[in-house]
Ligand binder design. Sequence first.
Ligand code: SME
Length: 163
Amino acid sequence: MVDYPLLSSQAAGLLSGEPDALANVANFAAFVFAELPEINWAGFYFARPDGDLVLGPFAGRPACTRLSQGRGVCGAAATSMTTVVVDDVDAFADHIACDSASRSEIVVPVLSGGRTVAVFDIDAPILARFGPADRAGIEALVAIVAPFAVRLAETLAGRTANR
Ligand code: SME
């Protein structure tokens, strides 16, 4: 049983001493990857102006760099602007397999101004890793990093080219 309130207070502490959005978003991904049992990847994708989701800070094996708009579990979460939990990725027709070891997945969108600016994705090597308590706990964790992810998304959106 994961103590999500403890993880939330630890995450808040981890992010409290540093104003830099990229540093905090990166450390948040590493923190979740280190602290949650039975997962094999944790990280961000950021929405680009063309709607694609592009890989951001993460921990785990190298992952797919660009997910076309609306595609995959990440795209479903981005489009619906709600958390998507997949108990068996093989049963989710549009799942994008970046690592064949992944069996279940949760994706939490980060919203700003009525749209999805990023998603936080966690993969697990076991089926049905993310129950209702995990969903609530992970959503609470993402709420802590969200202001930094929003600011990083704004910084990325200010880039002159959509590369
Ligand atoms: N499985 C995701 C793609 C991202 S990786 O899991 C890191 C999806 O279907 O959107």
